[in-house]
Every structure is written in structure tokens, then in C-alpha cells.
Design a protein around this ligand. Structure first.
Ligand code: FES
Length: 175
């Protein structure tokens, strides 16, 4: 027959296990957390209002995001930039967003002096305003990014910033 002291001892052990488990769960979650995090900058960000953009005149916008590595979240800072090109009335997409990261070796792509093409200063890759290649330096054109417009009189232009592997003829997202 169980002794009363045994009963209390078993109760204390069970209570200790419950507390131990309660403390261990957040610790395990903390250790596993990086596995479940999305890549920085994976969401749509408002970069401009549609009215701010002139048809056929590319404008560059910085992408500001909080960088994080496995366990540390750093303050917000520029993590890249995007060229927005407003399209003429009736075009399939009202705005084209192109990553400014050169698909050759990731230098920032600039607007050429003629303002009608893009030029990468590092090795001379040249692109049309729709991001298409104008020479063979890069293996693919500039990377187009998904764009959405908010519902308002002067819609916000929302862009999903993503990075892709350089030196590949295909757009392969970086993890
Ligand atoms: S990095 Fe752009 S041309 Fe080489």
C-alpha cells in the first residue's frame, strides 16, 4: 500500500516535470526559430505612389528591411534597390519593377546616360527598360519582381523584393 510520503514525493516530481516542460518549450522554440523564418524582405513593400512615377522614366527606390541571421535581428537598413518603370496607359502591367542587382555578378545596375537603357558599370551588361538583355554579358535579363497596386485614388506601388542567383540563365531564388 503506497505510503503518504510517497504520494507527496510523486506529486512533487510530477509538478517539477510540468514546470521543466514549460521552461523547455520556449527554449526549444528559440533554437528552432530560424528554421521557420522567412527570408528578409520576402513581403510586399510600398515603394512609391503611382502618381509619383512618370511613364517610361525609371526611378530607383531603396529596399529597407531588418536583416537577420540565424538568431540575431539587426536594425532596418538598405538591403537592395529596385527600378520602377511606369508603363503607358493600356499596358498589361501599370508598373514594371526590376531588381537593380545585376544578374551577371550582382553589381548595382544604373540608368545609362541616354536614360533609355540600363547599364551595369562593373562589366558593361546592358538592358532595355523592360529588363531585356541588350548584350551577352549577363546570362539573363534584369530580374522582374512581383508588383501590386493598393486600392486608392493614387495607389501605392507594392513590390515583393527577392534575390536571385547571379550567373544563371534562369531566375533561381536565393534562400
Ligand atoms: S556585375 Fe553587372 S556586368 Fe558584371
Amino acid at each position: 500500500m503506497p505510503h503518504r510520503r510517497d504520494f507527496f514525493r510523486l506529486g512533487a516530481i510530477s509538478l517539477g516535470n510540468v514546470f521543466g516542460l514549460a521552461l523547455a518549450v520556449p527554449g526549444v522554440k528559440f533554437l528552432l526559430d530560424p528554421l521557420g523564418k522567412k527570408a528578409a524582405g520576402g513581403n510586399f513593400k510600398a515603394l512609391a505612389s503611382l502618381g509619383q512615377l512618370q511613364v517610361g522614366e525609371p526611378q530607383a527606390f531603396a529596399i529597407i528591411a531588418a536583416r537577420r541571421d540565424a538568431w540575431v535581428k539587426y536594425p532596418e537598413e538598405p538591403v537592395g534597390s529596385v527600378w520602377l518603370v511606369r508603363q503607358p496607359e493600356g499596358a498589361k502591367e501599370p508598373v514594371v519593377a526590376l531588381s537593380a542587382e545585376c544578374p551577371h555578378l550582382s553589381c548595382p545596375v544604373s540608368l545609362a546616360a541616354d536614360r533609355k537603357t540600363f547599364l551595369c558599370p562593373c562589366h558593361g551588361a546592358s538592358f532595355a527598360l523592360d529588363g531585356g538583355r541588350l548584350n551577352e554579358v549577363a546570362a539573363r535579363g534584369m530580374d522582374a519582381l512581383p508588383v501590386e497596386l493598393s486600392e486608392s485614388a493614387d495607389p501605392e506601388v507594392l513590390v515583393k523584393f527577392e534575390r536571385f542567383q547571379p550567373q544563371s540563365s534562369k531566375k533561381v531564388p536565393l534562400a
